[in-house]
Design a protein. Structure first.
Length: 302
């Protein structure tokens, strides 16, 4: 196996970057922008990259990419998007980025977010959010019909090794995002120039699995990535991902009288309604791959 995309001869520039124009790749990696909803003259500002991690609407990015857009919610216990900002992703599957007008519907709004944050209190200052894990899940619905394509994540098995190749995808030079440094999450360094704008993009191993996110670029051709294995925060933040099987999703499963899987969904209420309407009582968490047949019953609570 190899990376999801490889450079063609002559495509790589002096920084080691090359364009990825495959529509399948582009459909899963999204540039993020913010704008002021009350200022029609303010152009969208690029913030970095997000990528799809399940077949519904979940995307992943680096928390520091959006850190300035979040403020404490009304309860003072968690993050909420600032009222003077809006966040949107540009779904550019099939488009030549920067080469064609953006069609209607290509801007995809944020419909929700989740991150584990701390509330820092300093005397004589207003409480502020503090980045704890460098990971943030965003809800960004796709404009395409049917199941949304996504990247398989390896949350437990892969470990960084000296000399191993990795690949990062993202929107290089998409405005400027300050990299996160000196923070308490596991990172590895790479001998690569990952410019601003790539932050939050997926990092692949050669098994074609996403093993982390781009965290920062450092002057001198060194980048860092926050990786998933070795700690349990990624599993807690990304509850829909089967941590033991890359590409498989954890869903609410409903079984018929014969013990066959009748429904698998990430919507708990929909699963409950389905079971009640049909008189089914056997329900559990189930691991499924939307692109393949078969399922695995998981004996644990959702």
């Amino acid at each position: 196996m190899t990376f999801p995309v490889e450079p063609r001869s002559g495509d790589t520039d002096a920084r080691g970057l090359f364009p990825a124009q495959d529509p399948d790749v582009r459909s899963k990696v999204l540039p993020l922008f913010s704008f002021d909803p009350d200022d029609t003259e303010w152009r969208p500002v690029g913030h970095g990259t997000a990528f799809r991690i399940d077949a519904s609407s979940r995307c992943l990015s680096a928390y520091h990419v959006l850190e300035d857009l979040f403020a404490l919610d009304a309860s003072g216990s968690g993050p909420a998007l600032r009222p003077d900002r809006r966040l949107a992703a540009l779904e550019i599957e099939g488009l030549g980025f920067r080469r064609a007008p953006v069609p209607t519907g290509a801007w995809r709004p944020l419909s929700g977010s989740f991150a584990l944050c701390a509330v820092a209190t300093v005397p004589f200052q207003a409480p502020q959010l503090r980045n704890l894990t460098e990971l943030v899940v965003l809800r960004i619905k796709s404009g395409r019909e049917g199941s949304t394509p996504y990247w398989p994540l390896d949350l437990r098995r892969w470990r960084p090794a000296i000399g191993e190749r990795v690949l990062a995808l993202g929107y290089a030079d998409l405005d400027h995002v300050d990299g996160a440094r000196g923070r308490p999450w596991p990172v590895f360094r790479v001998a690569a120039d990952w410019p601003g704008g790539m932050s939050g993009g997926p990092v692949f191993n050669e098994a074609d699995h996403v093993v982390g996110v781009v965290s920062s670029g450092i002057a001198g051709g060194v980048g860092t990535a926050t990786y998933f294995s070795g700690w349990n925060m990624p599993e807690r933040i990304m509850g829909s991902i089967d941590p033991d099987n890359p590409g498989r999703l954890l869903c609410h499963g409903v079984y018929n009288e014969e013990g066959d899987l009748a429904l698998a969904t990430q919507d708990a209420k929909a699963a409950g309604r389905f079971a009640e309407e049909r008189g089914y009582s056997d329900m559990s968490v189930v691991s499924v791959d939307p692109t393949q047949d078969g399922w695995v019953r998981v004996e644990r609570r959702w």
